[in-house]
Design a protein around this ligand. Structure first.
Ligand code: SF4
Ligand code: SF4
Length: 429
């Protein structure tokens, strides 16, 4: 409940660490929050949104166009939270307040029309774009893969609707399946994968998020697998962070991102043919694969206040700093591709700058999403890289569209596309 956030909101001292990247290396790329970068006014920052939440709780503010614009010109990327905790550990946790604020707005019927449309599509089609009749196994045509169910396989290769519906991803998915088969994995895939609920959660439609998550979790449990390898950054965040928030347990099933599994297979010495091609590459950390995938630990202790302002939790409440996301495997895979010179952007890993597409922002306030992506593309260009790589269909799709619309001279590619171009699973080195 939003009211439960009041003690945390009151701990905000408006220090503005939620706006800036700790240890920034230049003025040009010092900002961490795409929202205030876009709105350039305190209300757009996490601190400002927390103040709006406080105004609602206290009955001092009502809804207005400006209020909603400040809240929703935001990709729920969590950079504010990582920056705030750098200074304040877990006493403010602005992202948790943003989740509660969006839930209040959705409950009060204040969701923007674009978000309402996304929710209708999610409920009806299982994806936000309203893609009907999407055969989620087209990518695997002719591979003869098993389908999960009734304990047929030890591992579920979860592809995710966003990868299964994007033809550009299919060759990379086929390489992954071939690698796993040659490595001896006992895995299966599933038809008709639907959203795992994280987008509905980001939009504040928590009851819908719970229904979608429960449906996905029931299906996973019924399959009798011990491991899920997911190719979806947002589902990885859902399984590790959102489901524990919703109280949904996956019964000890191990959650692995595909980059970890592929890296493990290649590091284990599976012979492959890897094409050598010189290319200077920089890597964009998807927020969902990075700081937002840090495993959430539910806490049911007692909270008291000492000296009228110091929060004391008993037992100590775990704090998520955002540094336990998946940062290394995608980089390790890129370094493994002969000829790739991997260079880092100024903002990376837990303090990576969001592309602006997530949490319904691209659909509802496209100028916000465009401005964030252009800023990220500038940062990529500043490294001298000719290719910007990510491993999230939403990030790469958005960055690629914005680069093309604005004649930004950098190639944007998904790691799956590079895998398909450079690694041949069936041939030997
Ligand atoms: S939300 Fe955190 S980082 Fe931002 S102003 Fe408040 S205390 Fe500072
Ligand atoms: S979630 Fe991201 S865009 Fe939203 S306020 Fe925090 S840093 Fe800014």
């Amino acid at each position: 409940m939003l009211e439960d956030r009041k003690p945390y909101i009151l701990n905000c001292d408006r220090c503005s660490h939620c706006k800036w990247t700790p240890g920034a290396r230049s003025n040009a790329f010092a900002q961490s929050c795409p929202s205030i970068y876009y709105g350039n006014f305190h209300a757009y920052s996490a601190s400002g949104k927390n103040i709006l939440a406080y105004g609602l709780i206290e009955g001092r503010l009502g809804y207005s166009e400006d209020f909603l614009h400040s809240v929703y010109a935001c990709s729920m990327c969590g950079a504010c939270d990582a920056g705030c905790k750098w200074n304040h550990s877990g006493v403010v946790e602005p992202l948790d307040t943003l989740y509660a604020l969006r839930q209040r707005l959705a409950d009060d019927g204040q969701a923007l029309p674009a978000h309402v449309e996304i929710m209708q599509n999610l409920r009806m089609y299982g994806n936000p774009r309203g893609l009907a009749g999407n055969d989620s196994l087209q990518w695997a045509d002719g591979l003869g893969l098993k389908e999960i169910g009734n304990g047929h396989c030890a591992t579920y290769l979860h592809v995710g609707w966003e990868n299964a519906s994007g033809e550009a991803m299919w060759p990379g998915l086929r390489v992954v399946a071939e690698l796993f088969r040659r490595a001896g994995f006992d895995f299966g895939v599933a038809r008709d994968e639907r959203s795992t609920g994280e987008l509905a959660f980001d939009l504040g439609f928590v009851a819908d998020a719970r229904a979608m998550a429960e449906e996905a979790a029931d299906r996973i449990r019924a399959a009798g697998v011990g491991t899920i390898i997911t190719c979806s950054a947002s589902s990885y965040a859902a399984f590790r962070n959102v489901y524990p928030r919703l109280g949904i347990a996956l019964d000890g099933i191990k959650i692995v991102h595909v980059t970890d599994a592929v890296e493990e297979v290649l590091a284990g010495g599976l012979p492959v043919h890897a094409a050598t091609r010189a290319e200077k590459v920089t890597y964009h950390d998807p927020c969902k694969l990075g700081r937002l995938s840090e495993p959430y630990v539910r806490w049911d202790g007692e909270s008291t206040t000492a000296f009228n302002q110091v929060n004391i939790t008993n037992p100590p409440r775990p704090v998520l700093f955002g540094n336990k996301g998946n940062y290394e495997s995608p980089r390790a895979l890129l370094r493994r591709m002969p000829g790739i010179d991997l260079v880092e952007m100024e903002r990376s890993k837990a303090f990576s700058f969001c592309c602006g597409a997530a949490a319904g922002a691209k659909e509802a306030i496209p100028e916000f999403a465009e401005k964030a992506a252009l800023h990220r593309l500038d940062e990529a260009m500043a490294t001298g890289a000719t290719t910007l790589v990510s491993v999230c269909a939403s990030c790469t799709g958005h960055l690629r569209e914005v680069a093309a619309r604005n004649n930004v001279a950098i190639q944007v590619r998904d790691l799956f596309e590079l895998l398909a171009d450079r690694i041949t699973a069936g041939a030997h080195a």
